[in-house]
Structure formats: C-alpha cells, structure tokens
Design a protein around this ligand. Structure first.
Ligand SMILES: Cc1cc2nc3c(=O)[nH]c(=O)nc-3n(C[C@H](O)[C@H](O)[C@H](O)COP(=O)(O)O)c2cc1C
Length: 373
C-alpha cells in the first residue's frame, strides 16, 4: 500500500485530506468525530472575537439537484461564521487537542480590519492549541456588509496587511483562504505570500442565486419573503476550483496549496493534487455523505498511487500543471502532429489504388481545415 502521508509547512498528516471550515468543524464533538473517522486535519468553523455580532437566519441552505435523480449537484448557503463565543471555542480547541494530540487542528479566523483584533484572536487560538491558522478573507455573503471576508480578500493590499498582522503574532503555519469572486485569484494569493503566509487555501464559495420559487415568485433561500445571494459549493464548483488552483500553482510557486471545491471522492481529490494541491479540503461533501467518506478517499488515493508507481504524494503533485499552455501553442502542436502523422504514412508500399486521393490529401501539409486526416 502506498504511503499517503504528507508533511505540509511542517504539519505531519496521515493523509492529505482536511475537513474544510464549515458545519463539519462547528464544535468539539464534530471535530473529534472527524479525527476519529481518519481525516488528516480539521479546520474549525471560522471564529471571531465578538460572536454576538453574528446572527444567522433560517433556512440558510439551498440544493440544486440533478434533473434526473435526487443527486445534489450544487449547494448554496447564506450561513455566517460561528455564532459561538470565543471563550467556549478556546475550551473546545483545547479539549480536541487533549483528546487527539496527533490530530492537526487548524483555526479558521476572521475579524474586522484592525491589527489588535487579528493579533488577539491568533494568540488566543494558539494558546488553546491550534496547530496552524487559516485566514478567512473570503466569505462572500453577510460578512462583506461589515467589510470582512471577501471584502478583504478582494483587496490585495488588505490581504497582505492582514496576513502580515497574523504573521507577526504567530510562528505557526498560516494559510490565507481566497475568494473565487475575483478576476485573477493569483494576485491576492501572491499578496498573502508577501504578507508572510505559508500557503493558500482555494476556493471559498462562489456568489450565487440557487433559484426562484415558481409558486411564490421569491428568490431562494427565502427568509420572510426575501433573500440574498449566497455561496455556491459542491460538485458544480469543482471545475472552477481546479482552474483557480492551477493558476495559483503556476503563478505563485512558493505557496503550499490547500485545494477546495466540490470534492466528494478520491478521484476528485487526486485531480486537485495533480493541479498542485498539497492538501485537499472537503466541506459540503462531508455534510452530504458524513465523515466516513474519508475511508474511500484514502483507499482510492493509495490504489491510484500503486497503479502509477508513485511512492509518495509529492511524486505526482502538480504534474498536470505543465500541460496548460496557450491556444496558439495548441494550434501549433496540432499542426506539427499532423505533419508528423503524414510522414509516418509515407512509405511507398502503403499506397492503395482506391484511396489515392485521400492518401494524397494526407500527405499535403498546408491543409487549413484543422481536422486530422
Ligand atoms: C454551509 C457552509 C458553511 C461554510 N462556512 C464557512 C466558514 O465558516 N468559513 C470558511 O472559510 N468557509 C466556509 N464555507 C466554505 C467551505 O469551507 C468551502 O470553501 C466551500 O464550500 C467549497 O468547498 P466544498 O464544495 O467542499 O464545500 C462554508 C461552506 C458551507 C457549504
């Protein structure tokens, strides 16, 4: 069986699979269950200093289902960060570490844009036993109204500044979590690295409207007849997340990457590793399938590595990134391949009388139709 353990930014994990910030890491009980199920690490639900400012609504989720089955394709939420007080969280983080000293526990933190707030939050979480930090600069709904979350993550100067504040407050690894609701994700990712991050988590949810109720004519999820755009996750977002992870791997090569978005099984996770991810996070997948899904992910990763002869995850991480190029280069490669194929078919004894015109075409290099002949 292949060795699927990883060591990322000094964090030793039995596998690269991490519970992403959200309901699966919302309290001590959930975090401990995740460790017991075998997850390589857990990122807690995002916490802040003033939980009383966080007031959730219900319903706050919406599902997009397949047209032909009950399968959930996409998932929208308008959930805020944790509404549980920091002093309770301090006790629970400590209890998680006491029960699972080997488990990698990452504190997801978010605050308003003042240094003392980020410093205090970081120091309190570290004292409670956090092994590393994920900076939530990316929640797309609710918090931006308070100039937090994605409102910070969309501004490269703020990303660098906030990451720098946390860097000053701790020597532990820092991953800055990026919003996909931006044109070029590599820019804030590079800014976070400049501020002192060890790595980048990508992506948080994509701003979305899950649908409109055709009976009530109201947008969903509907709260007292009204709604707000929310964050989209689950398998529908995976292609967008893969593209963004590839861009970060290509443009910010010194960053460790924690890939997130629509991962539901080993095959999904392996694709994120091939795109350059050091770890792979799952949030909605665990909400839909339960913590036990990590067993298939570990077995599937190990089987994939055995099949391809990879001794470690490092052996194939990022190996698909080199095959992205420009459209003009694809056209050049196609042209060159066509000429080479024609060359291979040029032996005189391969001429057949009934195919003479097709064979003449195949040996004609200047064809402009773009089709392989
Ligand atoms: C209900 C819900 C709550 C979430 N809460 C948080 C949060 O508190 N902090 C955070 O950084 N991301 C949060 N996320 C985003 C996820 O961590 C993740 O980035 C995103 O959902 C994409 O991954 P997925 O498709 O595996 O869910 C939340 C996602 C969902 C679905």
């Amino acid at each position: 069986m292949a060795d699927i353990s990883v060591n990322v930014d000094g964090l030793a994990m039995p596998n690269p699979f991490v519970i992403g910030s959200g309901p699966p890491g919302t309290n001590e009980k959930m975090i401990c269950k995740a460790f017991e199920a075998g997850w390589g690490g857990v990122i807690c639900k995002t916490l802040s200093l003033e939980a009383d400012k966080v007031i959730n609504v219900a319903p706050r989720y919406g599902k997009l289902k397949s047209r032909t089955s009950n399968e959930v394709i996409g998932f929208e939420n308008i959930e805020l960060i944790s509404d549980r007080p920091i002093d309770i969280w301090e006790k629970e983080l400590r209890a998680c570490k006491d029960k699972h000293p080997e488990g990698i526990l990452i504190a997801s933190i978010m605050e308003e844009c003042e240094e003392w707030r980020w410093k205090e939050l970081t120091e309190r979480c570290e004292a409670a036993g956090a092994d590393a930090f994920e900076l939530n600069l990316s929640c797309p709904h609710g918090l931006p109204e308070r100039k937090m979350g994605a409102a910070m993550g969309q501004d490269c100067e703020i990303v660098e500044q906030v990451t720098g504040w946390v860097r000053k407050a701790t020597k532990k690894p820092i991953w800055s979590k990026m919003t996909p609701n931006i044109t070029h994700i590599s820019e804030p990712a590079a800014a976070a690295m400049k501020g002192g991050a060890n790595g980048i988590s990508a992506i948080n949810t994509i701003l979305s409207v899950i649908g409109v109720d055709l009976e009530t004519l109201r947008p969903m999820p509907t709260v007292e007849g009204h709604s707000v755009p929310g964050g989209y996750s689950a398998q529908a977002v995976r292609p967008i997340a893969l593209r963004m992870v590839m861009e970060i791997a290509r443009d910010v090569p010194n960053a460790s990457i924690s890939g997130i978005g629509g991962v539901e099984c080993a095959a999904d996770a392996i694709q994120f590793i091939l795109m350059g991810s050091h770890t792979v996070q799952v949030c909605t997948g665990a909400m839909l399938q339960g913590f036990g899904m990590v067993t298939e992910m570990c077995e599937g990763l190990s089987a994939f590595m055995d099949k391809h002869g990879f001794a470690s995850v490092d052996d194939f991480r990022g190996s698909a990134v080199q095959y992205f190029t420009t459209h003009a280069d694809l056209v050049q490669r196609q042209k060159a391949a066509k000429v080479a194929r024609a060359g291979q078919r040029s032996r005189d004894n391969e001429w057949q009388g009934d195919k003479i015109t097709a064979q003449t075409d195949a040996l004609t290099a200047q064809s402009g139709d773009g089709k392989a002949s």
